[in-house]
Design a protein around this ligand. Sequence first.
Ligand code: XMP
Length: 335
Amino acid sequence: DWTSEAFIESTVARIREQVGPDGHAICGLSGGVDSAVAAVLVARAIGDRLTCIFVNNGVLRKNEFEQVQRNMREKLGLNVVAVDASKRFLSQLGGITDPETKRKIIGREFIAVFDDEAAKILRGQEKAGEVAHDVGGKEVAWLVQGTLYPDVIESSSVKGPSQTIKSHHNVGGLPENMKLKLIEPLRDLFKDEVRRFGADLGMPQEVLERQPFPGPGLAVRIVGEVTPERVSILQNADEIVVNEIKKAGLYREIWQSFAVLLPVKSVGVMGDQRTYAYTCAIRAVHSGDGMTADWVPLPYEVLRTISSRIVNEVRGINRVVYDVTSKPPGTIEWE
Ligand code: XMP
């Protein structure tokens, strides 16, 4: 439609002018719609001079590292550097049980990994003689972020480090004379507008409709210590929840629906074997913005299928419970 076309055209033109004929930009992808739309707009303006960075922090959903790369490269034509840093994140998370400490570690490691990669990319550009344009004696490169209008007016709406590194202007390891400036092409938009413009930019439905996923990922859905084994158990349970919710046609109307791994073991039976394994909580909420939320009365049939599939298919879980807590007083995530 017209507004979308006008927005896209004027935004692309402005970015092209800002970055100049040989400037370079980098963008961190989270797999979500905001960073993807921001990246596509910048790519329209400057093509391959935009490099996107996608980091595997070890607490993504099952196959997400591969799927996001495929979507961003093949469906959106973005130039993506994918960094598998999962070992590094998981080793830093070893032995940590405090929720805020987990968030801090993930935020800190993300910035370190991102900075490293960004500096490598920009140094490479510098060597190739394709340096950004000069402003006041400093070379300027650009950092693209998918900041939305609500983030601008109330930056407290997202707690903890999200995967967009908010107002993080200084990438360490950059050449002395290089300065990173922000491009935030979505600063005036609300989420529904981003989705609409994203659709007009050819964004796949899968990306457009994705439920929000927190920056610290599955780490805040594993109560207590995050271990590689627990991540893998939760990935398997989470995949079943998402698939069954989609199959029931409920994915789009639900704000977030997911599995939580509780470090509580209980006794069960499997055939003639006694089991002693973890508990999985199912959480599904309706919400407009994440600030308040109501638990969703999922149909019993959907809960039955989710429960029986999880206990039968996911090794390590032998009991499934349903979270019937709204926010407030509960939070959406368990940590
Ligand atoms: P809570 O659990 O506080 O979550 O009710 C509200 C919304 O925020 C998301 N959330 C986060 N997002 N980094 C993020 O990027 C975080 O540390 C974080 N913690 C919660 C949560 O998924 C929900 O949509």
